[in-house]
Design a protein around this ligand. Structure first.
Ligand code: ADP
Length: 551
């Protein structure tokens, strides 16, 4: 609680909307700066497009999308070409206004010429996306999955996924889209906020029936039909990690602008809502990411005509309470303090002391606790006993998840519903983090703290310091490249707050340079080579400067 007039800082700030709800300078806050902007439909589509250009196979879980109005001619041309190549292809597309939510303004079309251009598309840009025509059905109904993901830290990247989520059902039996049924929202859109108005919506007290169920109940059903549920989970984890990898470069630019390195500021974490659709073949498809997923655990019930009452919703409660509880457990500042203490104790332990005093804590190292042995990868005890408060603590390096039967204060709580997936699986995905490294170069040359756009001088310094200009690529050509790309991005009218080159424009310029320098290789190789070259040259320059400093 933060009563009006309070001066003392808090450990954890729980904002309702965004990072900027309050001015804060310390502690932890449950929102990242720029998250809302980063997950908007258009920005997300752009970020996914960059990753699809680099790694088409790895990012095929995101439907092919175009941004309106700027890509309307491209959309028309690409669809015509695909239809010419495959005359039996009868696609459907879904048009979603940017910044919309709860199904607002969404409609389906069969042909690019059906886009409603009546004024609104200019004032309200949108994403048009390939419509997934063959979703997995349960009880003949289309449904989607809402999964909760905790982004615990950006640097280093730490991601947790909730073990259970929600499945939100349509309220009319599904049929593949035809001109006749395109307008039937209760058949095609799974939004709770829409379907609640259907006479067929079923509020159920059970988690495995009705119009909103737990995802685990669906998995049980699929598993009993013989589906490979383990593979499905691993595909979902991979989708989540890859999506966050696509979002982190932009988030880092916002982060350094609001919380400049070296200045006091809060650290951030955030619960995100991932909306995922399962295709008939069980392949998960990303629909969108929500920066402010609803955490309501009640629903409205009409007692008599026009008279409503809020009643608890068991399904929501089961999933959401666990997510918030465990987020707080993971970001608990007391736990963090203890973790730091453990790190110091680890040093003492390694010097062969069998107990140690450190600050407020006094620990005995217990080595013969059989059920917990083997949790730690090091030959160390997994559990430490604090002699002062007689509580059990997890040893550093042991798994984050305590066994169910853990003694001590954690024993009163259920085991964590949030499962760490990153850095746990970091090794499998680190090759995808190329744009992150491009963003690091971008941030390095931003110069003025608090900015998110690169000026012409910053761009020139980048080219000069990385020694990318030569007889084939003069500094005049560098300026032209900067002006061309920056002007085009700024004309799209996304962010008028500052002038200059935004991150996506820089990424485009960087890809251009990479293609120029390393012709006839796949794009991701070209980009990786140029990043390495830039990083190497900057490191050498830094070395030189240090030497000069010493000299
Ligand atoms: P909103 O933020 O308005 O909810 P979404 O992108 O989540 O927008 O889309 C709304 C609903 O439309 C989704 O819950 C899903 O049922 C359906 N939908 C969205 N995109 C697709 C798609 N590409 N293919 C099939 N169904 C989709």
């Amino acid at each position: 609680q933060f009563p009006f007039g309070r001066r003392l800082p808090c450990d954890i700030y729980w904002h309702g909307v965004s990072f900027h709800d309050n001015n804060i300078f310390s502690g932890q806050v449950n929102k990242f700066p720029g998250m809302m902007e980063t997950v908007r439909k258009i920005t997300l589509s752009r970020a996914m497009r960059i990753m699809q250009d680099l790694f088409p196979l790895e990012y095929n879980f995101y439907p092919r999308s175009w941004i309106l109005p700027e890509e309307l001619p491209l959309f028309v041309a690409e669809v015509r070409m695909m239809k010419d190549n495959n005359p039996s292809w009868k696609p459907t597309f879904i048009v979603k206004p940017d910044g919309g939510c709860q199904g607002d303004g969404i409609y389906l079309i069969k042909d690019p010429s059906d886009i409603r251009l009546t004024g609104s598309i200019q004032s309200r840009p949108a994403v048009v996306q390939e419509y997934i025509c063959k979703p997995l059905l349960v009880d003949k109904l289309k449904f989607d999955i809402r999964l909760y993901v905790l982004l615990k830290s950006l640097e280093p990247l730490e991601i947790y996924i909730a073990k259970d989520g929600l499945s939100r059902f349509c309220t009319e039996p599904y049929q593949e889209p035809t001109l006749k049924n395109l307008h039937q929202v209760f058949m095609h859109l799974t939004n709770y906020s829409l379907n609640i108005h259907s006479g067929n919506f079923i509020h159920s007290d059970s988690v495995n029936t009705g119009s909103k169920r737990t995802f685990s109940s669906i998995l049980c059903r699929l598993s009993s039909r013989g589906a490979d549920v383990k593979k499905l989970w691993s595909d979902i984890i991979s989708l989540v990690i890859k999506t966050i990898i696509a979002l982190t470069p932009e988030l880092k630019v916002y982060y350094q602008s609001d919380i400049p390195a070296g200045k006091p500021g809060p650290t951030c974490f955030q619960i995100l809502g991932f909306d995922i659709l399962l295709m008939k073949n069980l392949k998960p498809v990303l629909l969108e990411v929500n920066a402010n997923p609803s955490m309501r655990i009640e629903h409205e019930q009409e007692l008599s005509p026009g008279v409503f009452e809020n009643v608890p919703s068991r399904v929501d409660e089961e999933v959401k309470v666990a997510v918030i509880r465990d987020t707080l457990r993971l970001v608990d500042p007391q736990k963090k303090k203890k973790k730091d203490t453990h790190a110091a104790l680890l040093c003492l332990y390694k010097t062969n002391l069998n107990f140690a005093e450190y600050g407020d804590f006094c620990f005995s190292f217990i080595t013969e606790l059989s059920p917990w042995q083997g949790l730690s990868s090091e030959p160390l005890p997994s559990v430490l006993l604090c002699r002062r408060c007689q509580s059990w603590e997890q040893a550093p390096g042991a798994s984050e998840e305590l066994p169910d039967a853990a003694p001590g204060p954690e024993a009163a709580l259920p085991s964590l519903c949030l499962k760490q997936v990153f850095p746990k699986y970091a090794r499998q995905f680190s090759y995808l983090r190329l744009v992150d490294r491009v963003a690091a170069l971008f941030i390095r040359f931003l110069g003025v703290k608090g900015t998110t756009k690169l000026g012409p001088t910053g761009f020139r310094t980048f080219i000069r310091n990385c020694k990318l200009s030569n007889s084939n690529f003069s500094m005049a050509a560098v300026d032209i490249l900067y002006i061309d790309i920056t002007r085009r991005w700024n004309s799209m009218g996304i962010d008028h707050r500052e002038s200059g080159m935004c991150l996506q424009a820089f990424v485009e310029a960087f890809f251009c340079l990479a293609q120029k320098k390393y012709k006839s290789r796949p794009l991701h190789e070209q980009v990786a080579l140029l990043i390495e070259l830039c990083e190497c040259r900057l490191a050498a320059l830094q070395g030189e400067r240090l030497l000069w400093g010493c000299g």
